[in-house]
Write a protein that binds this ligand. Structure first.
Ligand SMILES: CC(C)(COP(=O)(O)OP(=O)(O)OC[C@H]1O[C@@H](n2cnc3c(N)ncnc32)[C@H](O)[C@@H]1OP(=O)(O)O)[C@@H](O)C(=O)NCCC(=O)NCCS
Length: 162
């Protein structure tokens, strides 16, 4: 039987006061792109890897509505989450919050909920973080370990093992 995707069920597994999840729609693209560019631009410039047209076309190709849930603090959207899944791995492709909603524990709650779901389905949880992104510290605190990567991004993996 096909497994229900974790991203589509995230609203049921992750309770955050005042924040809700909803499926994404095509009209969310501009919001998601703007937020993505805002957070990645300074990091990629610092690595001398800023090429806006290439980055936007790569983003456009990977923007898959079935893999995305939007986060809302009604009446407005405050972020978005994109996951890809295989039999072995759940991968956090994107996790972004708008500035005023960062540092309040929302990211921690989402990642913890994803850890529970991946552990329950006997898979690992992985992501790639741009080198220099302070989010790396968050993932380290939550038990992710370094697992290679390239000059631009560090791959991090959580398997549930200490
Ligand atoms: C990364 C992010 C999803 C974390 O969610 P959050 O709700 O802010 O995180 P929490 O409040 O649970 O935890 C705080 C930690 O988040 C990370 N964080 C906070 N602000 C951040 C920012 N502007 N950019 C990157 N990471 C940030 C830090 O690791 C912080 O810990 P620190 O204070 O010790 O540095 C959120 O900050 C964000 O959207 N940042 C910008 C986009 C981004 O970098 N996404 C990650 C791509 S891999």
């Amino acid at each position: 039987m096909a497994r229900k995707s974790i991203v589509s069920g995230i609203g049921e597994t992750c309770a955050i006061d005042g924040v809700s999840f909803r499926p994404s729609r095509a009209g969310d693209f501009d919001f998601a792109l703007e937020l993505y560019l805002e957070s990645t631009k300074p990091l990629l410039i610092a690595l001398d890897r800023w090429d806006e047209s290439k980055i936007v076309s790569r983003f456009t190709e990977s923007f898959r509505l079935d893999q995305i849930q939007m986060l809302a603090a009604p009446p407005r959207d405050i972020g978005w989450l994109q996951l890809s899944e295989s039999d072995e791995e759940v991968h956090i492709d994107q996790i972004h919050l708008i500035t005023g909603h960062r540092n309040r524990g929302i990211g921690t709650k989402i990642v913890r909920a994803l850890q529970e779901c991946t552990a329950a389905s006997m898979r690992r949880l992985a992501l790639n973080v741009i080198r220099g992104n302070r989010a790396q510290a968050l993932y380290e605190r939550l038990g992710f370990r370094h697992d290679g990567g390239d000059e631009e991004r560090l791959r991090m993996v959580w398997t549930g093992e200490a």
